[in-house]
Design a protein around this ligand. Structure first.
Ligand code: NAP
Ligand code: SF4
Length: 657
């Protein structure tokens, strides 16, 4: 089973038991300063069998930190803190490398530095152009960070050279406007990363693992050409790198690179090409989330190792389960970003939608359990999470469901670009093995005799009072394939309104399942042909003409995920969807929807009106039980209905029984 994935590989003097790297993730744990908690997080993953882990990015100095207060290795006390982590990981039989991340002009602060004083479009700060002494200081600080990592017991370092960070900024002319020995010709522009690797290697000796993360496709205008990428790769190899990791896209790129609508293994073709350029091992990354996909990349000769990051939030035991023939039990990362990157970018501790224990391990430790009989009503995310956790803790659990296992997840999985939800529903199906499932509508009588009763009956679409509303369809009907005309008005532009607009405009198969189609749609070319790899996107003609409407006088989509909202807006824009705020609804007639916009009443001549106006809790059973139950998920709070809160609430409740 997974013979390539589970075969050993030697990097430096270290032989790793398998080809899996847990890629660097910024979790916020290090900044919180509880190093026991950091150690627990990595220790759980080491126990889960991953070959090598890479920490979140550690700043080599204050000017290089991604934000003020970003963690780093600035002093001896930092070294002692990191030692807590490495000792714990090694005690669990794991290996860990520290990522050195200098953010350059992406550092959030006035003192940020770069090759030239060229501001990034995603930062308000103009960086200071470094002089010769300033460049020397940065190199020296990065080398010192590597030495401190070694003192702290790490097995290696990853030098972050991609994603548009400091070293990457020197490589491309649109940031590097210098005319000294650090700018101009490519030989000069790549001098900084090569010098960094050379001096890191000289400082840490021959045996320490040095990973260099190289940008294979910048996805920004005037980025690196393939010839430049290959030249850099060979130079970094000669300078002493042990292994090259794949970096995809700058942070300012307007192309999604890890979101759920990006096809699995969408960029492995670039790593395969890199493999032909160098003699050291290469690592594939981005949208690899199952052992099958990872094994396929290795078996196909596209890479020597695979890096997965978020899948280790979803399931710390990923590798162990794959090895034990229990791959179906691996909780899937659905690439939603909802609890990981969206949290990171809003200053909150990282977690995971499918595994709320990620980065919160101690909060989910089971205390001694008195075995109980537990009834859970409703097999949506809240009910499933509660039932599965309660059964895992040894309770006897009966789950009642009148429809289908999955609840609202079954609607999400119908949306093009959200196919990963299939894996989540399938996973719950596997995890229900220890639960008695009764596919019936539960009554009060059915629930007698249980020690704990959990109501997770979900939501109902919010009723809308607009005259003529009986002519409209609900999003539930539409996603369940009710016939819809060619011109459609969608009332409500929340997450579900956007999903429905995407569903209705989709013509042909989902691009999320077809790398070539997806690349055309987003304008992802080949850096062999165009430096940076950006080409003109080819929009697929929309299947319908859609108006996505809301009453709030603001840009629709503001409440979408912090790191994914722009992707949904851009996708709908490419399909010509009209997204209008500040609209009020007068009536629905056979001729369409009468709205008032900018004070003017007008008929929107559409064939179908779809209601995506939010939800209300379905609490009839809870009311009938008169408080003798726990109410969770959408049945508890519909306004914040989302799978992340539902799963967290269901899991935490099970721990209290
Ligand atoms: P929602 O986000 O609350 O949006 C409801 C929409 O309906 C709003 O645009 C609201 O805008 C409108 N509305 C509310 N009451 C109305 C009324 N009486 N008449 C007409 N319009 C009304 O709800 P949702 O779209 O159903 O999504 C529910 C939850 O699912 C979200 O909170 C989200 O967590 C989750 N979800 C997330 C995603 C995602 O992409 N992350 C995708 C799907 C679902 P106005 O009041 O301005 O008209
Ligand atoms: Fe994956 Fe979503 Fe969990 Fe992040 S929150 S690790 S994207 S499942």
């Amino acid at each position: 089973m997974y013979p390539h994935l589970l075969s050993p590989i030697t990097l430096g003097s270290v032989t790793l038991p398998n080809r899996v790297i847990m890629g660097s993730m910024h979790t916020g744990l290090e900044e919180a300063g509880d190093w026991g908690r950091v150690a627990r997080f990595y220790g759980e993953r080491a126990k889960g069998g991953v070959g090598l882990m890479v920490t979140g990015g550690m700043a080599p100095n204050l000017e290089g930190g991604v934000f003020p207060g970003a963690a780093g290795v600035f002093s001896g006390s930092d070294v002692a803190n990191h030692r807590v982590v490495t000792d714990h990981v090694h005690g669990e039989g794991g290996r860990i490398a520290m990522q050195i991340l200098h953010a350059g002009r992406y550092a959030y602060g006035r003192g940020c530095v770069s090759a030239s004083a060229v501001k990034s479009p995603i930062s308000p700060f103009v960086p200071v152009a470094l002089d010769e002494a300033g460049i020397e200081k940065q190199i020296s600080d990065i080398v010192t960070a590597a030495v401190r990592a070694q003192e702290a017991g790490y097995d290696g370092v990853e030098v972050m050279g991609s994603e548009g960070y400091f070293l990457n900024q020197f490589l491309v002319r649109h940031v590097n406007r210098r005319e000294d020995r650090w700018g101009g010709s490519y030989e000069n522009r790549m001098r900084l990363p090569v010098e960094v690797v050379r001096r890191v290697r000289a400082a840490v000796g021959a045996d320490f693992i040095v990973i260099y993360r190289i940008s294979l496709i910048d996805l920004v205008p005037d980025g690196s050409s393939w010839d430049e990428v290959a030249t850099l790769a060979r130079a970094v190899e000669a300078a002493g790198a042990s292994v090259l990791n794949s970096g995809i896209g700058w942070h300012e790129a307007r192309v999604p690179t890890i979101a759920t609508s990006v096809p699995r293994a969408a960029f492995a073709w670039l790593t395969a090409r890199l493999r032909g350029e160098v003699g050291i091992p290469v690592i594939a990354s981005n949208r690899i989330n199952t052992p099958e996909v990872a094994e396929g990349i290795l078996a196909g000769g596209q890479a020597d190792m695979v890096s997965m990051a978020r899948p280790f939030l979803a399931d710390a035991g990923f590798v162990r389960k794959a090895r034990e023939g229990r791959a179906a039990e691996i909780a899937p990362c659905i690439a939603c970003n909802q609890a990981c990157l969206d949290h990171t970018f809003s200053g909150r501790m990282t977690s995971c939608l499918v595994n709320p224990a990620a980065c919160h391990e101690a909060e989910f430790d089971a205390v001694s359990v008195i075995r109980k009989r537990v009834a859970v009503v409703g097999a949506g995310p809240a009910g499933l999470a509660c039932a599965v956790k309660a059964a895992e803790l040894g309770h006897t659990v009966v789950l009642f469901e009148k429809g289908a296992i999955g609840g609202q997840l079954n609607l999400a999985r119908k949306v093009p670009g959200k196919e990963e939800f299939d894996a989540l529903v399938a996973w719950y199906g596997v995890m229900l093995a220890r639960v008695e499932v009764r596919m019936v509508e539960a009554t009060v009588a059915d629930l007698a005799g249980f020690d704990e009763v959990v109501i997770a009956t979900g939501v109902l679409p919010r009723p809308v009072a607009t005259p003529g509303v009986e002519r409209a369809l609900s999003y539930v009907d539409v996603l369940n394939s009710a016939p819809v005309g060619r011109r459609v008005a969608v009332i409500g532009a929340g997450g579900i309104g956007f999903d429905v607009a995407e569903f209705l405009t989709q013509a042909g198969p989902s691009a999320a399942l077809d790398v070539a189609a997806w690349r055309r749609e987003w304008g992802v070319g080949d850096p062999l042909d165009v430096a940076g790899g950006l080409v003109t996107a080819q929009a697929v003609p929309a299947a319908r003409e859609v108006w996505l409407l809301q009453r709030k006088a603001e840009k629709p989509g503001r409440g979408l995920g912090k790191t994914t909202g722009w992707i949904h807006r851009a996708a709908l824009q490419a399909r010509g969807v009209k997204m209008w705020g500040g609209v009020s609804y007068e009536r629905i007639t056979d001729a369409g929807l009468v709205i008032v916009r900018d004070g003017v009443s007008a008929l929107l001549a559409v064939d179908t009106v779809v209601l995506c106006a939010g939800q209300v809790p379905e609490r009839s059973l809870a009311d009938a039980l008169g408080g003798r139950c726990h109410v969770i998920g959408g049945a508890d709070v519909a306004a914040e209905l989302d799978a992340k809160r539902a799963i967290d609430q269901g899991t935490r409740l099970a721990l209290t029984f």
